[in-house]
Design a protein around this ligand. Sequence first.
Ligand code: ASP
Length: 348
Amino acid sequence: MTPSAQKSSLLLIYTGGTIGMKQDPDELTLRPFDFSQILEEVPEIRKFAFRIDSYTFDPLIDSSDVEPSLWQSLAELIQARYDDYDGFIILHGTDTMSYSASALSFMLDGLTKPVIFTGSQLPIGVPRTDGKENLISAVEIASAKDAEGHAKVPEVCICFDSLLMRGNRTTKVNAEVFRAFLSPNYPPLAEAGINIRYNDEAIRKPLDWYQRVSVNTSLDTRVAVLKLHPGMTPQAVRYFLCGPQTRAVILETYGSGNAPMKEWFLDIVREADAAGKIMVNVTQCLRGTVNMDLYANGKALEKAGVIPGYDATTESVLAKLFYLMGKSEDDKWVKAMMGRNLKGEISK
Ligand code: ASP
């Protein structure tokens, strides 16, 4: 252990999820239990020679119940405790972890310390749990410093099944095996094997290590997501694209950003554009980027007012829209910022 690691102090924030669940003897379903038992289950983390404090949310939730209000609470908590700790670990259910990590990546500005989400596929109390390894790796990475004493990974990340990934690049891809998350369009930031190997070139570093972290908690959630599929009806497409309650729509398109060329479909897209809707094109494919110049079908969308989401995940586009729209009522500005790489969420 390096001398700088010895001085580390971490805040472990527990929001719920499988990692801290146990079986309800009556209903035989998994329910969250008291966080103090997690430390009992993982005595290894007490062996680290640094301070680990904990904060438990009340109520603990299955992450299917996550709402933007949780992200606001997390961001405010991190800001309030920022000076007291070298890093933050957020124990969170896997189902919506990529959404939460994406949101925090935009909401926290000027980050100089790690904020690492982790959880597990099996509850920490069961013998073959992946929770222990995930937590121990997250603790080690969150406390890691470089030779100058700066955090090795001053980013919002997900640490899962020995991979450390940029949070806003991740997506949950598997509900059964331990490798639940992938970062399809960006390399892992670190890999935990015998040693933890950091991919230093892939890690974003702040321009100023002494800047103050700032938090944007104002989010505008008026976003709809439409996954295109053969057999769509004009009624359903109009409902998603032109609804009075939506300010932005994410279109999950085919391949490199293609959609039907049918006149009724493009007419509705044009109608939505004329009504001022922000429409972002994200591919349904796991890997690759939207390129609306490649096929006539993509070009038609672009002409109708849709902007590209490049190689971003749906989770990160959703979070970015919430964040940008929360900052400004100016849709032109929001569209322009959607095309900028703000937190490493797109390869641009
Ligand atoms: N349903 C759980 C949750 O997301 C699943 C998990 O934690 O793995 O909270």
